[in-house]
Design a protein around this ligand. Structure first.
Ligand code: FAD
Ligand code: NAP
Length: 547
């Protein structure tokens, strides 16, 4: 272990961790627990990651708060009380602050600093990490905790720089908040961020124009205050619930139904859908075992949601424009909303269907479509992220022989287990492409990765080994397996960010692992049990590093 103390201005560490969200903070905590020195480098001014940046009105988790918290410390969960079924962004951020303070994590975080490059030096078996402040750090391990949804994507729309009003991206929202009172506002984008923010912006704005290219499926959150009883029951069974969550597909306990949707008659099916729609959240998607498995089964739930849109939205033409028809439900992340469809019954809200009137550009005064000009005081880009690979590829990462990650991933990301990349020894990616990540409760997946990486590092030290690198064969086999599994599902039928379809020119490769948290976790554990099968482990000469 390097004896260079962190927090002392030293620049050499056992590990450099990039990112101070849920992943980077837990990685730091685990490494410190095992006596390693680590430095976290974070572009933001404080901890929180997603919950530091996404401060738009209505931002909340869509996995229930009780499930969306760390599971590693019983003491931690006992001293934190969630107030709502789906916590708001400020409450989640306050929780992460609490975690950082409790475990005294901030002293090892370098804030307001972007990592611009990381280079592996083979001879010394060390990473050199460069920042936008001109600093360099060296470390034996480089852990990328840069997030799957952290590289905000401003769309390439003609004239975007010419707008003279105010513009905002949901993923880079001003900390002081935005007051839309008396303003004509345009929201571009109707994914989860748009769908959460639109109802609240509509309450403030003089007039809101929603520019929708593709309608999404959204289900009601039916958010409410958590009862004391629910909190108590969860708290008393916490460790067992967290253990069981790792044995599920999505990293959270849901009410599974083993039945096919076609085993029941239409009346019973309707009742079940209604019951689950009333429960809110992802319950409705879990109503039958095959809803996400075949197009025919999927159409039953898709049509149910469309019927709800027609029921809620009073103007039949607007309702028709809001109905999704171009992808099976669930092949893009289902949105969880509070009064989204109801918002289109307001007099001050206009839906602009960009499939009927194409978006031509942004002008100094607003948005121009084929049908005319919309004059606006503010534009909100709810246009998503360069997901899963964006944050990694915005850095210049170079592995052995100067191999650039950007070149290696030219045809799409290639990893072994979503944790490691051949040619990039001693670098780990938390929730990297090829792992369940965004298809799961991310906290569960983050914790599983952090613990696997920690165990791996302590194993190397116990065995007197210095380096670990995925073999090309293991990586090829894993990439093939991830693709094969995805091809057996409905996912490739949607133009989603899971496939990189939202970023022009990005290779279309289905990035997350669809096999589920449990199967994936077992595979990772088996790899470790078998002496890190699929990796080559090296015992080079340990280089003494001066502080
Ligand atoms: P992040 O929280 O994204 O943190 C990564 C950090 O790395 C960021 O702070 C970023 O600034 C930093 N960083 C990146 N690149 C660099 C660089 N080059 N130099 C320095 N710093 C860098 N998941 C769920 O499971 N349930 C939910 O309900 C849910 N809701 C979400 C809501 C929103 C609005 C969004 C955008 C995502 C949501 N997610 C949800 C996914 C969410 O991203 C994860 O749950 C989780 O917060 C990711 O944590 P992380 O630490 O891996 O990444
Ligand atoms: P997103 O799902 O990628 O949605 C982006 C929206 O912008 C889409 O409607 C897209 O239309 C539209 N868009 C993009 N470029 C456009 C252009 N040039 N012209 C017109 N429209 C354009 O992004 P997001 O809503 O930020 O969500 C991303 C992910 O973050 C979610 O899927 C989820 O995983 C997570 N998230 C979760 C929550 C939550 O509820 N907890 C909230 C926010 C985000 P097309 O569909 O036609 O491309």
């Amino acid at each position: 272990m390097s004896d260079n103390g962190a927090g002392t201005g030293a620049r050499n560490f056992d590990a450099v961790i990039v990112g101070a969200g849920f992943a980077g903070l837990y990685m730091l905590h685990k490494l410190r627990e095992h006596g390693y020195t680590a430095r976290v480098i974070e572009a933001g001014s404080d901890v929180g990651g997603t919950w530091y940046w996404n401060r738009y009105p209505g931002a909340r988790c869509d996995v229930e708060s009780l499930d969306y918290q760390y599971g590693f410390s019983d003491e931690l969960q006992r001293e934190w009380t969630w107030t709502e079924r789906y916590a708001t962004q400020p409450e989640i951020l306050a929780y992460i602050q609490h975690v950082a303070n409790k475990f005294d994590l901030k002293r090892d975080v370098q804030f307001d600093t972007g990592v611009v490059g990381a280079t592996y030096e083979e001879e010394r078996a060390r990473w050199t990490v460069e920042t936008d402040r001109g600093d360099t750090y060296t470390a034996r391990f480089c852990v990328m905790a840069t997030g799957c949804l952290s590289a905000a994507k401003v769309p390439e729309i003609d004239g975007i720089g010419s707008f003279e009003g105010d513009s905002y991206h949901t993923g880079e929202w001003p900390h002081e908040g935005v007051d839309f009172t008396g303003k004509r506002v345009g929201v571009i984008g109707t994914g989860s961020s748009g769908i959460q923010s639109i109802p609240l912006i509509a309450e403030q704005a003089e007039h809101l124009y929603v520019f929708q290219r593709t309608p999404n499926f959204s289900v009601p959150a039916n958010n409410a205050a958590l009862t004391e009883e629910r909190v108590h029951n969860y708290r008393e069974n916490f460790l067992e619930i967290k253990r069981q969550a790792r044995e599920t597909r999505a990293g959270m306990l849901v009410q599974p139904n083993e039945q096919s949707v076609f085993e029941v008659d239409p009346e019973e099916r309707q009742q079940e859908f209604e019951k689950r729609w009333g429960q809110g959240g992802f319950h409705v998607v879990q109503a039958y075992a095959d809803l996400l498995a075949t197009e025919k089964a999927n159409e039953t739930i898709a049509e149910f949601v469309r019927s709800k849109i027609r029921e809620i939205v009073k103007d039949p033409d607007v309702a028709a424009d809001l109905e999704p028809h171009d992808h099976p439900l669930g092949t893009k992340r289902v949105c969880v909303d509070t009064k989204y469809y109801e918002t289109f019954n307001r007099d001050n809200v206009t839906l602009v269907n960009l499939r009927k009137q194409q978006l031509e550009g942004i002008t100094p005064a607003g948005v121009r479509t084929a049908a005319g000009d919309y004059e606006l005081d503010a534009i909100v880009f709810a246009t998503g992220f360069d997901a899963m690979t964006g944050a990694l590829l915005r850095m210049d990462i170079r592995g052995k022989d100067g191999l650039r990650l950007e070149d290696k991933w030219e045809g799409g990301p290639r990893t072994y287990l979503g944790l490691s990349v051949a040619g990039f020894p001693n670098m780990f990616t938390i929730t990297g492409p090829g792992s369940p990540s965004v298809l799961s409760n991310m906290i569960v997946s983050i914790e599983q990765h952090v613990e696997w990486i920690t165990n791996c590092i302590t194993y190397l030290d116990r065995e007197g080994l210095d380096t670990i690198e995925a073999t090309v064969d293991a990586e090829d086999a894993w990439v093939e397996h991830v693709n094969e599994l995805a091809d057996q599902t409905l996912f490739p039928l949607a133009n989603s960010w899971y496939l990189g379809a939202n970023v022009p020119g990005k290779p279309r490769v289905f990035m997350p692992y669809v096999g589920g948290v449990q199967v994936y976790g077992e595979k990772c554990a088996e790899v470790a049990r078998n002496g890190y099968e699929g990796f080559s482990l090296g015992a080079g000469e340990r280089v003494a590093v001066e502080a």
